[in-house]
Design a protein around this ligand. Structure first.
Ligand SMILES: Cc1ncc(COP(=O)(O)O)c(C=O)c1O
Length: 359
């Protein structure tokens, strides 16, 4: 892919950048540039460019605004102590985006082009990758996304599609130690059904989760747990994270794929925990098994995982029938977290070959 680059004439000045990187928060500050490439059936992917970050001009009839033909990815770039900048398994995000493209009837963006696009933006905006001294966990969050930009109100796959990448410095998820997430079990709303879009990373899944997320807040909880759409019996995932259950014999269970988002963190943990000597199973996991397992002590830890938090202990589960308390231990949870974060920030050997150097 041939990328043309037009640099901004008004880069963020050093003092302002230092202020942003000191306390980046999440998703509010953006870098100086963005990547764009367009697709049409006749020209394929064309006109790849990096330009100054700024608002889009979009026709009010653009199909994405009406039929939500849209997908996205979420990943990070990490600065190591020697100043180099790395991405974690970008090909895995590229491949997941191809699967999302297929489900949303969007044109496939080749995995190599995806990785090239993301790396090119990180390179141009490398000043925005925060440095981490010691145990710091700041990063540059990367948001690739693709949408139906055709001006057309008919309901069919769009014939003009735009793929973009934007980037936003991100602070450490846990400031001052890991705080367990509290969960609300929604038994009214589901995020996915058989044949639906649950395995795709598409905006519609998040739109449909918001009312349940609002319910979680109203019950004083951080996140919402979704059950399967068919029987309302099996744990699927949180609004934005996958789940893991640790048993007293050291074995680990995570809900099977199909209607959940197949997290890159989730699949990395399957490999990592396996190497640490734990037997990991992907299977259906009933909500009753959670309740009974915590009560009997068979379940010793529950944790959630995703790009933002990496791994976080799960606290109490609140349900309409009462609370399921948090298991007492977070020992393995924190060891898995440590092991992953150490690879991402270059503090441990990358024995799986997960890291890709950008700068
Ligand atoms: C619904 C959902 N499940 C799981 C995940 C975890 O995926 P990953 O580990 O690739 O970040 C995410 C998010 O990022 C998500 O939005």
């Amino acid at each position: 892919m041939q990328i043309t680059t037009t640099l901004t004439s008004s880069p963020t000045d050093d003092a302002r950048l230092a202020e942003i990187l000191e306390n980046p928060g999440f998703g509010t500050h953006f870098t100086d540039h963005m990547f764009t490439v367009e697709w049409t059936p006749t020209d394929g992917w064309h006109d790849a460019r990096i330009t100054p970050y700024g608002p889009l001009t979009l026709d009010p009839a653009a199909a994405v605004l009406h039929y939500a033909q849209e997908i996205f990815e979420g990943m990070k770039a990490y600065r190591h102590d020697d100043g180099s900048v790395w991405m974690f398994r970008p090909e895995a995000n590229a491949e997941r985006m191809v699967r999302s493209c297929d489900r949303l009837a969007l044109p496939e963006l080749p995995a190599d082009d995806f990785v090239q696009a993301v790396a090119a933006l990180v390179e141009v905006d490398q000043r925005f990758v925060p440095s981490n001294s010691g145990a710091g966990e700041k990063s540059l969050y990367l948001r690739p996304f693709m949408f139906a930009s055709e001006k057309f109100l008919g309901v069919r796959p769009a014939e003009h599609v735009t793929f973009m990448v934007i980037a936003s410095p991100a602070g450490a998820y846990f400031k001052g130690g890991a705080k367990p997430v509290s969960l609300w079990l929604t038994e009214e709303y589901t995020r996915a059904g058989r044949g639906g879009m649950g395995a795709a990373k598409t905006g519609g899944n998040y739109a449909s989760s918001l009312v349940a997320q609002r319910e979680a807040y109203a019950h004083g909880c951080d996140q919402v747990v979704f059950l399967d759409g068919q029987e309302g019996k099996y744990v699927e995932e949180l609004g934005g994270m996958n789940m893991y259950f640790v048993f007293d014999d050291g074995s680990i269970v995570t809900p099977e794929t199909g209607t959940i988002l197949e997290g890159i963190t989730r699949s990395s943990i399957i490999e990592l925990a396996g190497k640490m000597g734990h037997h990991v199973t992907e299977r259906k996991f009933a909500i009753d098994e959670w309740r009974d397992g915590v009560a009997s002590g068979r379940i010793t830890e529950v944790f959630a995982c995703g790009t933002a938090a990496v791994v976080t202990p799960v606290g109490a589960l609140r349900t309409k029938d009462g609370d399921v308390p948090a298991p007492a231990s977070t020992d393995l949870t924190m060891r898995i977290r440590e092991a992953l974060v150490d690879v991402q920030f270059g503090r441990a050997d990358d024995t799986f070959g997960w890291m890709k150097r950008v700068v």
